[in-house]
Design a protein around this ligand. Sequence first.
Ligand code: GDP
Length: 311
Amino acid sequence: MEKNSRIYVAGHRGLVGSAIVRNLKQKGYTNLIYKTHSELDLTNQAAVRKFFKQEKPEYVFLAAAKVGGINANNKYPADFIFQNLEIQNNVIGASFDFNVKKLLFLGSSCIYPKMCPQPINEEYLLSGYLESTNEAYALAKISGLKMCQFFKRQYGANFISCMPTNLYGPNDNFDLNSSHVMPALIRKFYEAKVNDQSYVEVWGSGKPLREFLHVDDMADGCVFLMENYDGEQHMNIGTGKEVTIAELAETIKDIVGFEGEIKFNTDKLDGTPRKLLDISKLESLGWKYKIELREGIKATYKWFKENYMFS
Ligand code: GDP
């Protein structure tokens, strides 16, 4: 990638895409292309092809997706599989037809089987049943990474994939019904503190283990892969460290300064018990995360207080 290459970041307003844009700008890339949802509907194949024909991007970061936390994924599986397949088919297909030099497809660690050995090596893909709460999203993402592999294998297209662990950071979705656990708990503890509530409800048993990567680290890793990796194998990206949801809740409670109780609601789903990524492949290429969890949560909490508009 040259500093003046035409680089399209699909999904530039979201958690992932906005972090990729920040990272590319910091590294001196000057020719970034992006379109808002209202300017370009990525589920519309004709519109996507017209856009590629006109703008002729040379590099594509495919960070656009319909995403959500455990509740949204569990409730709307048809939307998650259909819209994600549409978006990725349109962008990957147009990238091939309009001669994009390289594409990075972003997925998620939920692509791996529910009862996978830990830490999860890239090779464990498709070795068992998926976690049911996010099966629809996972199937779309598995199709996307396989599609990149197959375009590479059959046509020599330079399409690569990266599977991040649970992400957090600025521009996340803080809506309590559709968000992931990190933004949900930041918001819940903040609101409990300002409203002087006696407790905060945390879903599930608090026992599931999760790995969290700050999205600025993820973006740095994605740009690193775009600059340095051409392999067919998809690449995990994470920290290699995990915490229980109960530990996460305690940490956020402490950072926010909430003094009440934490109550676990076991009527809500736990989801997969554990999903820790094996990140040795990416580390062996020379990339490692930098932002430790506590530091990352503090920065995200600060961003939330300064930027989030309560509806
Ligand atoms: P997952 O990693 O795909 O399961 O997605 P989430 O980030 O939505 O959930 C992670 C874990 O946090 C699950 O065990 C949830 O039950 C738990 N959790 C605890 N409180 C909350 C909450 O307020 N919102 C969400 N989304 N998850 C929560």
